[in-house]
Design a protein around this ligand. Structure first.
Ligand code: TXA
Ligand code: MG
Length: 334
């Protein structure tokens, strides 16, 4: 059921779970301070209980009102990047009501989404909203309402429409508990390349005392979610070489690969001589590929073929390319 912002606010305040938009992927939200509401997220998502939830805020002052200390380096990055596609791992004071969403940990993952509807919702509720991506645990994150409705059905109180997710891959996760280092726990469109000039400028202007080291960390260590099978379509997917693609019932590939084979790429899968082609977009527009990726996997599932081939590309070394490579590796590992 599609609901209005007012209905979503009401549903959240009553302790229910709603699907709401963010700029990265849709979220499956509930009050972060309510044991029963958070419990409902785990039930709806069928998520392992030891996997904590990101808390969504409308600004950094709200984060501080929950007694969470924002160290100088974290503040600099928040000022520069939030609202935006990045989540900040911070220390959580003992006895905080957000311990519920954090699964009893002494840390909390804070995110201020850059989406007008999300911010309006968060302001109106005025309690942090815990939200994992809107998908059944183990499936790919939802970036468009039709795919999310097909996955979650009437397991949620309602769906708040905010258009297709403009980024399409989940937020960057950084550990910023120390002032001398930033550890990237999950790559996203904001990466080392984007963080470096921010901290250099802040150092030159005297906001921070050292230029922190930026470490591309091993997410399995600190973000429990990375241990689980993730981002998987139902269709069995194998990796294919760009040049020598083996025969398959369906291919997921870039526009360039399709054009080389005389296939016209489009927003809908194309069937040519009994073989399906699902477009990921152009390698020249990786933002477009990120935006399409999870929806392309959903389109693949709709075809009901027994297996498909993902044509690997050289995505390059930009932050978005690294984020895509990380997600694609996880998709293919399933
Ligand atoms: O873009 C996003 O970040 C989206 C939107 C909805 O905000 N959310 C999202 O949530 O991707 P989720 O639950 O699918 O991924 C969050 C990851 C999980 O791997 C989880 O284990 C980790 O963050 N995480 C959450 N709280 C944590 C904490 N306190 N310490 C360590 N890891 C944490
Ligand atoms: Mg997720």
């Amino acid at each position: 059921m599609r609901i209005s912002i007012e209905q979503a606010v009401q549903a959240l305040k009553e302790g229910n779970v709603v699907v709401f938009p963010t700029e990265t992927v849709y979220g499956l939200g509930a009050l972060a301070t309510s044991v029963s509401a958070v419990d409902r997220i785990y039930q709806v998502k069928q998520r392992p209980r030891d996997n904590p939830l990101i808390c969504h805020f409308y600004d950094s002052a709200q984060i501080e009102r929950y007694g969470i200390h924002i160290p100088p380096l974290a503040q600099v990055l928040m000022d520069a990047c939030a609202p935006g596609p990045i989540s900040f791992l911070l220390n959580l004071p003992l006895g905080s009501p957000l311990t519920i969403a954090s699964g009893g940990r002494s840390t909390v993952l804070c995110r201020i989404p850059n989406h007008a509807v999300a911010l309006q919702l968060l302001r109106a509720v005025d309690v942090p909203v815990a939200a994992p991506s809107a998908n059944t645990s183990g499936r790919m994150s939802g970036t468009r309402l039709d795919m999310i409705e097909a996955d979650l059905g009437d397991r949620v109180a309602g769906y708040l429409d905010g258009g297709d997710s403009v980024i399409g891959v989940e937020s960057t996760i950084i550990d910023v508990r120390e002032n001398d280092r930033i550890t990237i726990l999950r790559p996203g469109i904001i990466g080392k390349t984007e963080l470096l000039p921010i901290v250099q400028t802040a150092y030159e202007q005297g906001f921070i005392e050292v230029v922190p080291e930026i470490i591309e960390g091993r997410s399995e260590v600190t973000t429990p979610g990375s241990r689980y099978a993730h981002y998987a379509p139902i269709t069995k997917l194998r990796s294919g070489n760009h040049a020598y693609a083996e025969p398959a019932e369906a291919y997921l590939a870039t526009d360039e690969w399709m054009l080389e084979r005389g296939i016209h790429p489009g927003v809908m899968p194309a069937q040519v001589q009994g073989v399906w082609y699902v477009s990921l977009g152009s390698v020249k527009d990786l933002s477009g590929v990120a935006r399409r990726l999870y929806y392309a996997l959903y389109q693949l599932d709709q075809l009901q073929v027994s297996e498909a081939c993902f044509i690997d590309e050289n995505w390059g070394e930009t932050s978005i390319a690294r984020a895509l490579r990380d997600r694609i590796a996880k998709i293919l590992a399933c």
